[in-house]
Design a protein. Sequence first.
Length: 252
Amino acid sequence: MSIGMILRPLLSALLLLLVLWPELFTPVFAPLAPNGGPVIYARATLLSLSLSHLGLVFVASLAATVVAVTLAIFVTRPVGASFRPLSRTVANMGQTFPPVAVLALAVPVLGFGPGPTLVALFLYGLLPIFENAMTALSNLPAATMEAARGLGLTRWQRLIRVELPLALPVTLTGIRLSAVIALGTATIGSTVAARTLGEVIIAGLLTNNTAFVLQGGLIVGLFAVLIYDALVQLERYLARRTGTANTPKSMP
């Protein structure tokens, strides 16, 4: 039995207990709380904050995936090849601006709430997805593409039936990186009234309550590790299906 097969259920169980029954960990966090102060964050349930946090990450990652893959398809066609340098510049701009700066610029336009956080996560997630999708679509096996043409498939049919399936494992690597980055970055959304697990961390920093900081950080970290590993397993499966040689590493 591999270490990964042991760690996955253990980490999943720990995450469920922290989110659903955090009071079970009171003895663990009590030494980190200030004297007479609360040990477990109770202003909102950790379950509701976790679901809201994951929801923001999912929506932003989905939007970034749709835009980035569409742009990668366009610049890998003959008609869009000349726009490749410009598209790279646009995608890089998303990571040039710090998320905090994006929030500051978006709040006057979108107001407080999830809107500015979604914009920041979307812009920050574009680059890894776009670069991976463009690389995958630009390096498809020539023999496979020639065979697809020989079968009489149209450009649209080749894209849907051949190119995108072959490019999916590498594209998913970019999505994985983008999602994990978004999981951590989403915590700052609480500074503009978005409901995320950053609310717990910020409350701990404001009240000098290390127990709160550890609770929020630990849950975000566990989500990141488990989602990262799940996407790696999916990449491996897709790589085997498409015959891709290089597969990503997960828990051994």
